[in-house]
Design a binder for this molecule. Structure first.
Ligand SMILES: NC(=O)c1ccc[n+]([C@@H]2O[C@H](COP(=O)([O-])OP(=O)(O)OC[C@H]3O[C@@H](n4cnc5c(N)ncnc54)[C@H](O)[C@@H]3O)[C@@H](O)[C@H]2O)c1
Length: 292
């Protein structure tokens, strides 16, 4: 039994690499937006920017589809929408079942984006007997006892799992035994599935953890920059203290020499003048950095 996410070879039979297949929905989303705005053609650079992909990679991806665009004109938007939809198998209707109709399952059932992309929610299935018969998104929830019959009756090949993690493995086994060969798994667990079954895992908390990692790194960089500034300020302050101390020492030497040279009455006057100058800065203010 194989573990992991996708159990097909890295290159599909028609020679399209998995990485390209993973980018096709991104191109399709960008192209659909252009089509809705009745944009007839698009350059590889524009489309790459809209899809968030490097333009050289896009051209390479499209070469697998046999689509090269026209120099100076770009790609025909409608034709590319058709080509990519066909390649992804979206020109046909895909019935899907959602298992586990709690918070997430109900939200998925209510999501209009499935139907608009050719995925018809054929059934909603839950283990809670109290849920049976209750309408969610206009569809009556069915009990898990019916799971196998529902899959077979509707010719379902794609199942969505939105149950707690502890139930997901057993649910996947029942789905697969009944004929499901592709699973979209929202439960935070790694499913063990046989060869020939594709599993895609969606985990928003993992995405958030990756963002947290980047945030932490950004904060680390900021802290380093702040530390560099703080070091520079501390160094400048230390230099100030040293200069002030040196000045005072020179002043003390000058005073000592003057004391040796003048009579005692004049010496008292000179001492008073020196003390007054020491306590205040050149403008009469107390200096910001006081010598220790
Ligand atoms: N992937 C993500 O980004 C993401 C986000 C939120 C939640 N989740 C996960 O999705 C799952 C559902 O979350 P939720 O908040 O909707 O939970 P929930 O408790 O609201 O719903 C779970 C539903 O599954 C049903 N259920 C339990 N065992 C079952 C079984 N054997 N067969 C069929 N139905 C069964 C329950 O009766 C319940 O209705 C959890 O595993 C959660 O961790 C994933």
């Amino acid at each position: 039994m194989a573990t992991g996410r996708t159990h097909r070879p890295a290159t599909r039979s028609r020679g399209i690499p998995e990485a390209t297949v993973a980018r096709l929905p991104l191109y399709l989303r960008a192209l659909t937006a252009l089509s809705e705005r009745s944009v007839p053609t698009v350059s590889s650079e524009e489309l790459a920017a809209a899809a968030g992909v490097n333009s050289a990679k896009l051209r390479k991806d499209f070469s697998y589809l046999g689509s090269y665009g026209t120099r100076g004109v770009g790609y025909d938007v409608e034709y590319l929408v058709y080509q990519i939809s066909r390649e992804l198998g979206l020109t046909q209707d895909w019935p899907v079942v959602i298992v586990g109709i709690g918070n997430l399952g109900a939200a998925l059932a209510n999501y209009g984006g499935f139907a608009s992309r050719g995925f018809r929610v054929a059934a909603l299935i839950d283990a809670d007997p109290a849920m049976a018969g209750k309408p969610v998104a206009g569809i009556a929830v069915q009990h898990t006892d019916e799971l196998e019959k529902i899959i077979e009756d509707n010719g379902v090949h794609i199942g969505v799992i939105a149950t707690p993690a502890g139930a997901a493995q057993q649910v996947s086994e029942r789905l697969i035994a009944a004929g499901v060969t592709s699973i979209l798994n929202f439960a935070p667990t790694v499913l063990q599935v046989p060869d020939g079954v594709d599993v895609r895992k969606v985990d928003l908390s993992i995405e958030l953890q990756i963002l947290a990692f980047h945030e932490q790194r950004k904060a680390g960089e900021e802290a380093t920059a702040e530390a560099v500034v703080a070091d520079a300020v501390a160094e400048a302050a230390a230099k100030d203290v040293k200069d002030t101390a040196a000045e005072q020492s020179a002043e003390a030497k000058r005073t000592a020499a003057a004391e040796a040279a003048v009579p005692s009455a004049a010496r008292a006057e000179a001492t008073a003048r020196t003390e007054s100058t020491d306590r205040k800065g050149p403008d009469g203010d107390v200096p910001a950095v006081m010598p220790a």
